[in-house]
Ligand binder design. Sequence first.
Ligand code: BG6
Length: 486
Amino acid sequence: VPVDAFDLVIFGGTGDLALRKLLPALFHRFVDGQIVPDSRVIGIAREGLAENDYRTQVRAAIQRAVPSSEYVVADLDTFMQQVSYRSLDATRETGWQEFAASLTANSEKVRVFYLATSPDIFASVCGRLREHGLTTGNVRVVIEKPIGRDLKSAAAINDAVGRAFEERQTYRIDHYLGKETVQNLTALRFGNVLFEPLWRAEHIDHVQITVAETIGVESRGAYYDTAGALRDMVQNHLLQLLCMVAMEPPASLDADSIRDEKLKVLHSLHPIDESNAAQLTVRGQYRAGASDQGAVPGYLEEIGKPNSRNDTFVAIKAEVRNWRWAGVPFYLRTGKRLPNRVSEIVITFKAIPHSIFGNSAGPIAPNKLVLRLQPDEGVKLWLMIKYPGPGGLRLRHVPLDMSFAETFGVRNPDAYERLLMDVVRGNPMLFMRRDEVEAAWKWIDPILAAWEASAEAPKPYTSGTWGPSAAVALIERDGRTWHEDA
Ligand code: BG6
């Protein structure tokens, strides 16, 4: 269904996010007929760039990101007519008046300002937008992570954005919430009767959330070295996934109903601080090794800072202390330069209370529900099944396997496609509310402080391995192991 005509203004229009993700996502929506012809996409950056040169950059970026089998060239030509460029500097007044005039000529349209820039300039951009009368009711602002580097800076950013925009106009994006499997988690939990009665400490042994990447820091070393995996991935993506697994059934799909439930989960997280961080967290940093692209240098060589103590890997044993989850560990793990790119949520159920099978049946493994976010999005439910044949009752652990690609035979859209259209439609369900972001920081800050205070540097791991051995020990101490797809 086409969305209403809109003007989407991307601050940071020549940046990596805009070119690699946002513009290809918009193009996909255009090809699928969701973007009507009088919508406009306006890239903004400081550099003085001719409109045609910008279009050439965007065209090349789309061609890199979207397989040519998915569109015809005429589509790309038409889409490019809707893309324009404007050079503007948030710290200077020059050009803002003309920019404002170019937009207000069409004041009825939905207008979206996407701040795909460093958060340092969020406050100045929002200030200018307000001064120039660009924060009216039909306007929405999208802010990208990182929203701060701790609770204090996040609150300052939220205050600055809040001076220009109301909360209902503010869309804090966490692209993990736009991934198909994450939305499917809501469908599975609340569209089926099977899972909900079992979705609690009585029947679930533990939960694992893994977001593993093979890439290193690439060209983002300057940012990444001030962030690290805990801030870059856990504070947002992994905690959001944890919330989606652990939340109580919301009253409806209304955005605030869901956000209220997620917020309660964040408030129930057992604090980790100096007193227990050494037992409950592991931080690592990659050394030289191998990746899917061959031999790769270590983190310190890659960023050229031999003394950096930044974390490129984190494992945490978290606990949601409430009635539903008391005593169920949530093991979180994320890192760069790991052996495979894989993101998944694994729910391991409790062992059967008593086995009626003798030793010859083989070991009886617990049921597991595995939600694979990427690659090969899908859901697997691991069950014990009889091995076929007359040779006695031998059991095997086998998955009921649902692959999205095979079941539906459709392209799996990128998270940004869904999320950008949600902004235009004015649906904030998959975006974070201010209090959620701040509650997440409130849990993260004491972990950061404990690491800061510790004399210990991050534990080294060889690129292409599953992180420091301490991450294996973190879960094996409890008699459990990290899930590996068989
Ligand atoms: C971003 C992080 O938010 O997510 C990156 O800043 C990371 O460091 C990326 O690589 C991972 O996203 P995806 O969708 O590729 O799993």
